[in-house]
Design a protein around this ligand. Structure first.
Ligand SMILES: [Zn+2]
Length: 225
């Protein structure tokens, strides 16, 4: 699945600003209930979002309950949703999570890792070494570019929303046109966060930390860690 976090975060940020008079939802977290836990075989359970392609996109997960412990495959897009997953797992078993497998680098499959680290400190995380490196290079490092290119993105999506056509002059489906306007609005909100990041970079914290993390990742990958 595609990376959705930046767009979704920005959407969340702009919610209070957008549109007139939408009454506040009486359901505090409808996303958190739109799933089911399905037994696939004895001891093997799928955590399945009912609409995984909704916004935000959510990765499904798998719980494999062994004699003494549990293997979890993928941890979803957000710590909050990972906590929902972990709570469901605890309904199935009191055995501890021993391994967490991340299938690939898309952030809807590993952003919830920290929750399993917090709940089961003994858990080990397993992924291909390329996945580990890709998590940094393709998931986290591109955030800086996303923020740096916000002005261009805002202009583009505002143009799409205003004209109903994409950069090639092709007519946009109504849903895509609406979405372009939403993305422009949320990107506008993200500018504030971008400014904050730039300040940190000037102070040397952000850039240094990112580079050090990348070096550490590469060194560990080479060492097979
Ligand atoms: Zn994916």
């Amino acid at each position: 699945m595609q990376i959705q976090l930046i767009a979704w975060l920005a959407a969340a940020l702009t919610q209070p600003l957008s549109g007139p008079a939408a009454p506040p939802s009486t359901d505090p977290a409808p996303l958190m209930t739109a799933y089911e836990v399905v037994q696939l075989a004895p001891g093997i359970h799928g955590f399945v979002w009912k609409n995984p392609l909704d916004n935000p996109i959510q990765g499904n997960a798998l719980f494999i309950i062994n004699d003494d412990d549990v293997i979890v495959v993928d941890t979803s897009l957000l710590p909050s949703t990972a906590r929902v997953m972990a709570a469901e797992l605890r309904k199935l078993t009191s055995k501890p999570v021993r391994y967490v497998v991340n299938t690939h680098w898309h952030d809807d499959h590993h952003n919830g890792n920290q929750v399993y680290r917090e709940l089961w400190p003994g858990a080990e995380f397993i992924a291909h070494r390329d996945t580990r490196e890709d998590m940094f290079s393709k998931t986290y490092d591109v955030r800086a570019n996303d923020l740096a290119n916000l002005e261009t993105a805002i202009a583009r999506y505002e143009r799409w929303a205003a004209t109903g056509k994409d950069d090639d002059g092709k007519e946009l489906a109504p849903e895509r046109r609406k979405r372009a306007g939403e993305i422009a609005a949320l990107d506008r909100a993200l500018r504030t966060l971008g400014g904050h990041r730039k300040r940190r970079r000037r102070e040397g914290a952000g850039a240094g930390a990112t580079e050090a993390r990348r070096r550490d990742c590469r060194a560990r990958s080479r060492a097979g860690a």
